[in-house]
Design a protein around this ligand. Structure first.
Ligand SMILES: [Zn+2]
Length: 297
């Protein structure tokens, strides 16, 4: 059944709103037809945004009696994210713009994930981003798409990004969150860490924003061809994560995907010491069971 704005009236969080939309729109196609969805949810029109330094905007009032989305011209994937972000502001009535009647959002706003508890504006921007990410990459659709990709591999990111029509970074973020294996994906530029997206079970990543990619990393070994994921290579875990003294270190793999303009993604994938052994034990048990069954026949 097509969703309408009334259906979302009681929802306040991005997660709740998206889950309601997905309930009503159980056959939502991928890539999500975001502009169509906006119109269905009472966005009247889209206009090009020309204000320097801003990616998107929303013209509306406090009752949300009308809504126009403003979006900067550019890559389709980026436009789609901006549109979804502005729809998020529109659907969350507790979002109040700095200037009456108009939200204006910058590139930094579009990347904001965390917020200081006390900063209302930061919190709104982070919520609009969570909404955009969830509606363009609906978790049930992503989980389905990840099914053939049980072993983490950076080569999946460009493919999935194309399928969902989102940027590689937006996909990297969702991939790190939703992959069944603990991974972390770092966005780097000119050898420095810009952002890090990680699975909830992945340990704390030591190099922080602005820090150089560690000297011993695969990133610095050889030339990485653009738009081709390198083979995964084992690395010293201490390069990226803290290994407590006396504890057996997990096995850590790195993979690099070089992009243009000095950007590169680095994926870290963890295998716990027992994971391999446990898998071996399971295989062995399985072979015994099969063996016994065989004998009985
Ligand atoms: Zn915003």
């Amino acid at each position: 059944m097509p969703v309408c704005r009334m259906d979302l009236a009681d929802a306040g969080s991005p997660e709740k709103i998206v889950s309601l939309i997905l309930q009503y729109e159980s056959n939502l196609s991928i890539p999500v037809p975001i502009e169509e969805l906006c119109r269905q949810l009472d966005i009247e029109d889209f206009q090009d945004l020309e204000s320097e330094g801003f990616e998107g905007g929303l013209l509306t009032d406090s009752d949300r009696s009308f809504g126009f989305i403003l979006v900067k011209k550019g890559y389709e994937e980026r436009r789609r994210f901006t549109i979804a972000h502005e729809l998020g502001h529109f659907l969350m009535p507790h979002h109040i713009p700095d200037r009456e009647g108009q939200f204006l959002c910058s590139r930094a706003d579009m990347l904001r994930l965390g917020a200081k508890e006390t900063d209302r504006r930061e919190r709104m921007e982070a919520e609009a981003n969570r909404f955009a990410s969830l509606i363009l990459i609906p978790p049930p659709a992503l989980r389905l798409a990840l099914r053939p990709y049980r072993e983490p591999d950076l080569a999946h990111i460009p493919k999935l990004a194309r399928d969902f029509k989102v940027s590689k970074e937006a996909m990297a973020r969702a991939y790190a969150q939703h992959h069944e294996k603990p991974v972390a994906i770092l966005v780097t530029r000119h050898g420095k860490v810009l952002r890090c997206y990680k699975h909830i079970q992945f340990p704390f990543v030591v190099p922080s924003k602005g820090a150089p990619v560690p000297a011993g990393s695969l990133f610095h070994r050889g030339l990485h061809e653009q738009n081709i994921a390198s083979d995964p290579a084992e690395c010293i875990p201490d390069l990226w994560i803290e290994v407590k003294r006396g504890e057996r270190a997990p096995t850590l793999y790195e993979q690099v995907y070089a992009q243009r303009d000095g950007f590169a993604l680095v994926m870290l994938h963890l295998e716990h010491p027992d994971e391999d052994e446990e898998a071996e034990e399971r295989d062995l048990e399985e072979s015994w069971r099969i063996g016994f069954r065989g004998k009985r026949r």
